[in-house]
Ligand binder design. Structure first.
Ligand code: MSS
Length: 365
């Protein structure tokens, strides 16, 4: 096992920027909070990694256009190649990719899973064909379908029932409005580690629904029978087992965090920076507190608005006296939701967006 902060990257992601990554395990790497800074878009070399199963062989990205996708639950089901999909047109969407467990480290109960702080999230430019255009080309969705189901391209060892480990996720049909099948990430072919040659992107939905190495896209009447759908990624009280009646990790909620300063600053004018995202609707504002939430001031968004699903870097110039200051941020989205002060613990430590947990104590001298 690799030590945290060792700077030693697993071979398949040796191209990442080691200084900006915390290596939790071979399959889970997070971006250093300070490195997230006020970046409009997360460079691919800094984007976090979360694999539920080891990635398939990199042979699948050698000839990306030959990658095959089976499309089911439509009037004319068929298998198409990535080259065929590219002929249907393309759209670009900037969307936050965030793991369900981002912020887990800020819960007090010892939830199992990687102790992500803020770095299991990035803001990414995705280009691909809208799912609705694919559906149109296939004659429309078959009757009675209620979910969009994506299947990952990992090979399942023989003798193992696929539903036990297969990464297969279903999202409600409404998610189709913004979903795309992406072959470019930040303007380049999607790297294998991030789901190349083809990835399902569901803007506004947690990372797990953004299936990598997509080999099957199906419109289904029921949610996938896979364990990762049925009992995994379910929000339930601490100590309770996962079951299909509990909320699934689908839509993301409004969230923000400060990325600097995180430890110290000199007294006087201090530039406080961070990132704010609205989840399924645009972030419309963010306030910053330098006194642990007693008082709040409106911060300013930096740079262009990259769309409702993108995060927005923000800054506030504050005048800080020597002493210890608790810096916090609290975002609001277009739906009118604001981050809560605290977030109720749940068994797996999902979806934390409480502002107090994300606050930082800074020594100003
Ligand atoms: N897909 C596949 N195929 N496989 C796996 O494992 N994972 C998930 C998604 N998808 C997977 C998939 C998760 S869980 C997440 S977060 C994401 O992905 C991540 O991404 P990246 O690119 O960053 O690595 Mo949690 O909610």
């Amino acid at each position: 096992a690799l030590a945290q902060d060792s700077g030693q990257l697993p071979a398949y992601v040796a191209w990442k920027n080691a200084d900006d990554m915390i290596v939790h395990t071979e399959e889970t790497l997070e971006t250093v909070r300070a490195a997230q800074g006020d970046a409009l878009v997360t460079p691919s070399t800094d984007l976090y990694i979360r694999n539920n199963l080891p990635a398939p062989s990199d042979e699948i990205v050698a000839d990306p256009d030959a990658w095959e996708l089976s499309i089911e639950g439509v009037a004319q089901p068929s298998t198409v190649t990535l080259a065929d999909l590219k002929l249907l047109g393309s759209e670009t969407v900037v969307a936050v990719l965030q793991c369900s467990g981002n912020g887990r480290a800020f819960f007090d109960h010892e939830a199992s899973g990687s102790p992500w702080a803020t770095g299991a999230a990035g803001n990414v430019i995705w280009t691909g064909v809208p799912v609705r255009d694919v559906v149109e080309a296939m004659g429309g969705i078959a009757d009675g379908m209620a979910f969009l189901t994506g299947t990952g391209g990992e090979e399942i060892p023989e003798g193992l029932p696929p539903e036990t480990i297969q990464v297969e996720r279903s999202v409600p049909l409404d998610a189709m409005e913004h979903a795309i099948l992406a072959w470019h990430m930040n303007g380049e072919p999607v790297p294998l580690a991030h789901g190349g040659p083809l990835r399902l992107i569901v803007p506004g939905y947690y990372g797990v629904n953004n299936v990598k190495y997509l080999k099957r896209l199906a419109f289904t009447a029921e949610e996938s029978p896979a364990k990762i759908q049925q009992t995994g990624y379910r929000v339930r009280p601490v100590g309770v087992a996962g079951d299909p009646s509990q909320p699934s990790m689908w839509e993301m909620s409004v969230k923000s965090w400060i990325t600097g300063p995180l430890e110290g600053a000199s007294a006087g004018r201090v530039r406080i920076a961070g990132l704010a995202m609205g989840g399924t609707s645009a972030a419309t504002g963010v306030e910053v507190s330098t006194d642990g939430g007693e008082t709040w001031q409106a911060a300013e968004f930096l740079g262009p608005d990259l769309g409702a699903f993108a995060w927005r870097p923000f800054v506030l110039i504050a005048d800080l006296e020597a002493g210890i200051h608790t810096l916090a941020s609290r975002a609001t989205n277009a739906n009118g939701d604001t981050q809560p002060e605290d977030f109720e613990p749940n068994e797996r430590g999902y979806a934390h967006n409480g502002w107090r947990g994300h606050a930082v104590e800074v020594t100003v001298g």
